[in-house]
Ligand binder design. Structure first.
Ligand SMILES: *[C@@H]1O[C@H](CO)[C@@H](O)[C@H](O)[C@H]1NC(C)=O
Ligand SMILES: *[C@@H]1O[C@H](CO)[C@@H](O)[C@H](O)[C@H]1NC(C)=O
Ligand SMILES: *[C@@H]1O[C@H](CO)[C@@H](O)[C@H](O)[C@H]1NC(C)=O
Length: 464
């Protein structure tokens, strides 16, 4: 808080000068889904156990740590990096409004081969993020680390970045103990921690749906985004006309190169002002809202199975046959769906591409930074002479609105979570012969239209 106030004061004082990136004291640190975990996390060690309580079981869900860009993004940013020389030349000709030192940093900048060699892989930073979470949990919950290996269960999805994240977490959690813990999986198909992968309704209507495309188009057409585009064009003073895609690729190269530490600088970020970054941050919020969030009820339902798993683990612990620690390593998609099933980060009005509410709750910088996590702790307590249970929740090692820091009672937990035990994935089926109504009819029609269009395209292609 103090640091934030200080920042505001400095911004006010410095605003009379030309603003440079290299010596900015408080550059905007939020980069949506590419935000480093340390930028937004709390620290679980700073939350005392509820009075008279001791943890008996912990359940957690994690997004993988810092990773390299995916192949599509790698291609895009390598292409836009080709502007480096043009930007430097424009400065030399006096057409640019960049600062000398920012240009000097850009001159020094080199393409990092690792990005192409291990696309979408967990980075060393990502390993450290998960290792550190495991380590902090070990320091906080020593009592949970006394048990036989069958009291622990870990699983990751079928990707290098999540498998490596699981290993990093377990490394930090068990280091210095006698426990030899292993991570299960990955499973070819995992309907608990990646249920959307095999959910036809999700793949066709949500991920491949029109709504997502329309909202993103609307975002790129806003005055606000157009202003960012013009600002960058003017600041660089280059002849090449930048497209909206170029602007976004510049944002990608800026945010990936700085993501390896919370305070690292990427000279590519100097093409943007802080206000530009605030506008660019919103694009992922829109995308994820429709792709994984409240933008579709399908997303909300897909968060059910993993919460059923949580409920059953804690119920088994209360019954005396539970595990000490259960943790899963998955993706931002899963974390967002889970938060939605829990009703968290829900704004009164829907998130729209056309308008950015600066005070929105749905901010991917917090909801889906690297290593984002949900941690639930079951405590056994002595309260007024009897034995009771209390459940605490943490998101990114901070308290949440789900339960007070002193925990929910077992009864309150049951009231809110028992509903997930009846969850199933029947809604994923696109087989419309089972149910029919006005909606399914129109869905069928849409599907037929798609098939016809595809057939026509194939015909057209063959005739050519
Ligand atoms: C290259 O990228 C990796 C992440 O893949 C990063 O850890 C490393 O520090 C980068 N190298 C340089 C010289 O910046
Ligand atoms: C830990 O367990 C794994 C598999 O159960 C085994 O392969 C490995 O040798 C064990 N390591 C140690 C240090 O005991
Ligand atoms: C826990 O015990 C209750 C009551 O005996 C039972 O209904 C429930 O199925 C048990 N749950 C688990 C996960 O063992």
């Amino acid at each position: 808080m103090i640091r934030r106030l200080l920042c505001l004061a400095v911004v006010a004082w410095a605003s009379a000068e030309k603003s440079c990136y290299w010596n900015a004291l408080c550059p905007y640190p939020m980069y949506s889904t590419i935000t480093p975990y340390d930028t937004i996390r709390g620290d679980i060690r700073d939350y005392p156990d509820p009075e008279g309580c001791q943890a008996i079981s912990m359940w957690s869900l994690h997004r993988h740590g810092n990773r390299n860009p995916t192949s599509r993004v790698t291609t895009d940013i390598k292409a836009v990096a080709g502007l480096k020389d043009v930007i430097i030349q424009s400065f030399a000709r006096g057409r640019s409004r960049m600062c000398s030192q920012d240009i000097e940093e850009l001159k020094k900048w080199k393409w990092n081969e690792t990005l192409e060699e291990s696309q979408a892989f967990l980075t060393g930073t990502g390993y450290e993020e998960l290792y550190d979470i495991g380590k902090r949990l070990r320091e906080k919950y020593r009592e949970l680390l006394r048990g036989s290996v069958d009291k622990y269960y870990f699983r990751s999805t079928n990707e290098q970045r999540t498998v490596a994240s699981g290993m990093a977490f377990v490394h930090g959690l068990a280091e210095g103990t006698d426990l030899n813990l292993t991570v299960d999986g990955p499973w070819e198909r995992d309907d608990v921690i990646r249920p959307y992968e095999n959910c036809d309704k999700y793949q066709v209507e949500v991920k491949g749906g029109q709504k997502l495309v329309e909202e993103l188009d609307a975002y790129f057409r806003t005055d606000e985004f157009q202003m960012v585009k013009n600002n960058v064009q003017e600041r660089l003073g280059i002849e090449t006309q930048l497209s909206p895609e170029d602007i976004y690729s510049l944002y990608e190269i800026c945010r990936f190169y700085r993501s390896w530490t919370p305070t690292k600088q990427s000279p590519w970020c100097s093409v943007f002002s802080d206000q530009d970054l605030v506008v660019l941050e919103y694009r992922d919020d829109v995308r994820h809202y429709y792709r994984n969030g409240y933008g579709s009820w399908v997303n909300v339902n897909l968060g059910g199975p993993v919460l059923k798993d949580l409920y059953e683990n804690f119920e088994a612990a209360v019954n005396g046959s539970g595990r000490n620690v259960v943790s899963y390593f998955t993706h931002d998609t899963m974390l967002e769906m889970t938060f939605c099933a829990l009703g968290l980060f829900k704004d009164d009005a829907p998130i729209r591409g056309i308008e950015r509410n600066p005070d929105r709750l749905w901010k991917t910088s917090f909801i889906s930074s690297f290593s984002v996590n949900l941690i639930a702790v079951l405590n056994s307590c002595h309260e007024s002479g009897s034995q009771t249970y209390r459940v605490q929740f943490f998101i990114n090692e901070r308290e949440t609105e789900l339960c007070p820091t002193t925990g929910c009672t077992w009864r309150q937990f049951q009231d809110n979570f028992h509903k997930f035990t009846t969850t199933n994935l029947d809604f994923c089926s696109m087989d419309n012969s089972v149910v029919s109504g006005p909606e399914t009819n129109s869905a069928t029609r849409a599907k037929l239209v798609t098939i016809c269009l595809m057939a026509m395209e194939i015909l057209f292609y063959l005739l050519k």
